[in-house]
Design a binder for this molecule. Structure first.
Ligand SMILES: Cc1cc2nc3c(=O)[nH]c(=O)nc-3n(C[C@H](O)[C@H](O)[C@H](O)COP(=O)(O)OP(=O)(O)OC[C@H]3O[C@@H](n4cnc5c(N)ncnc54)[C@H](O)[C@@H]3O)c2cc1C
Length: 407
């Protein structure tokens, strides 16, 4: 095992938060200390560490004896308390977008809001269409999981999905319906569901409290306060995602058989678009370059190979390597990409403001201590030119391999 101390930010946060149920378990136990009379006192219970199977182990080599000062929290598996709702008094239904088959951060915010509305009596039911790869429904706050599979729901099938949701309506009569007010499905599905149910939804909602909700209106210029209706289409950061509890994610079945809807829409599949033509604010995958990019021709080749939309830091724009409309940040564009790959960008606060809503950030930098690395979900430490060259080579080989397999 390497000697590198891996930090667990979640464990550190719990150790600082005295109100967290696992706070006590996260405290470092002192193995020895100087008593008031000058004698060294030892705590035999503090010796050793908890192994991966939950058993206490004592390392006789002496490396761990007497508390070497290494944190033990990383080896303690955080087991959150299980929240069980045996007989729900009511349901809060959430229809997550499940972009790429996984809960997006927007979906998780929505589940956090649902959990708030459900309290201790209600249950949060997530209605998921088609195949998915998600295995963390429990920690995201799902009490009941209604998984509707089949080719009926594949691709772009909003009419079919609305039909299934109206069957959920008849079976569970949820107290609230929550959908993400997103361009990736939820916004349209929510409005179609509202028309089907004959109810007026609250849209672009960013706060729900005490029976009232606040949503953006007037082209985003104003806030609209109204009584929270049954159907809420919520914006990102409408609530804190669930983080303190585990939920059952118990499977739920739909009693009614869903008939095939006469399709008035023909799905012709995804259409390839030029990533360079996508407006920055709408781009899903951005390759962004900063002062650490030394070979801009190579950077452009990397963007083409990856199929990414190009972005830049202000320094790259000021130096004339990228056009002004590509600047990301406080005085540029605020982006909402699912993946933001920052090449040679230090992570100044003005730049980080612009990527606050990005789902996953990957940093490629020479300096392991820079702020972009701290913000990133995945970091690659090294020279941008060497790493971009390797990336282009791998992606090209992968694409060619895929084309050969298909042929
Ligand atoms: C009012 C105001 C508004 C601003 N608005 C914005 C804005 O909207 N957007 C914005 O981006 N900035 C903005 N800025 C500027 C901001 O403060 C930073 O100066 C800027 O973001 C830094 O850009 P950078 O990270 O590309 O460059 P630097 O800070 O110079 O960082 C370069 C990074 O590249 C790394 N590096 C160097 N060589 C290599 C290599 N060979 N391989 C890999 N990595 C390497 C370095 O370690 C460093 O981390 C604003 C500033 C002000 C005062």
């Amino acid at each position: 095992m390497s000697d590198i101390i891996r930090r667990d930010p979640r464990a550190e946060w719990i150790a600082r938060n005295r109100l967290h149920p696992l706070h006590a378990a996260m405290q470092k136990v002192e193995a020895s200390w100087m008593g008031p009379n000058g004698l060294v006192r030892k705590n035999p219970h503090a010796v050793g560490f908890i192994g991966p199977n939950g058993l206490k182990r004592i390392d006789r080599s002496g490396a761990q004896q007497g508390g070497s000062g290494k944190r033990t929290t990383a080896t303690v598996a955080v087991q959150l308390p299980l929240h069980i709702v045996e007989q729900p008094a009511f349901y809060i239904a959430v229809v997550p977008d499940m972009i790429g088959g996984r809960l997006s951060s927007h979906d998780k915010d929505l589940l956090g809001l649902a959990h708030k509305l459900a309290g201790s009596e209600g249950a949060v039911v997530a209605v998921v269409f088609g195949e998915h790869k998600e295995n963390a429904f429990d920690t995201a706050g799902v009490d009941r999981l209604l998984h509707l599979e089949g080719e009926l729901y594949d691709g772009y099938a909003p009419e079919q999905r609305v039909l299934a949701l109206s069957a959920v309506e008849s079976q569970l009569a949820p107290r609230h319906w929550l959908l993400p007010d997103s361009r990736t499905g939820g916004g349209e599905l929510g409005r179609r569901l509202a028309a089907k149910l004959g109810e007026r939804p609250a849209t672009r909602v960013w706060q729900v409290a005490e029976g009232q909700c606040i949503g953006r209106a007037g082209a985003g210029q104003q806030d609209l306060l109204r009584r929270a209706p049954r159907l809420i289409l919520a914006a990102v950061e409408c609530a804190e995602p669930v983080g303190e509890s585990r939920h059952e994610a118990r499977a739920l079945e739909l009693r009614e058989q869903i008939a095939r809807n006469l399709p008035r829409i023909e799905d012709l599949g995804a259409v390839a678009v030029d990533p360079a033509a996508i407006p920055m604010a709408e781009a899903e995958f951005i390759l962004s370059g900063g002062n650490g990019v030394k070979d801009w021709a190579q950077f452009h080749r990397a963007a083409v190979a990856l199929g990414a939309t190009e972005g830049a830091s202000r320094v790259a724009v000021d130096d004339g390597f990228m056009p002004r409309n590509r600047q990301v940040g406080a005085t540029g564009t605020w982006v909402t990409a699912r993946v933001y790959l920052a090449v040679g960008i230090s992570g100044a606060i003005q730049h980080l403001q612009g990527i606050g809503a990005c789902d996953k950030v990957i940093a490629l930098n020479l300096d392991p201590g820079c702020d972009m690395i701290k913000r990133a979900d995945l970091s690659v430490i090294g020279d941008s030119a060497a790493i971009l060259a390797a990336l282009i080579e791998r992606v090209t080989a992968y694409r060619q391999g895929g084309a050969r397999d298909a042929a």
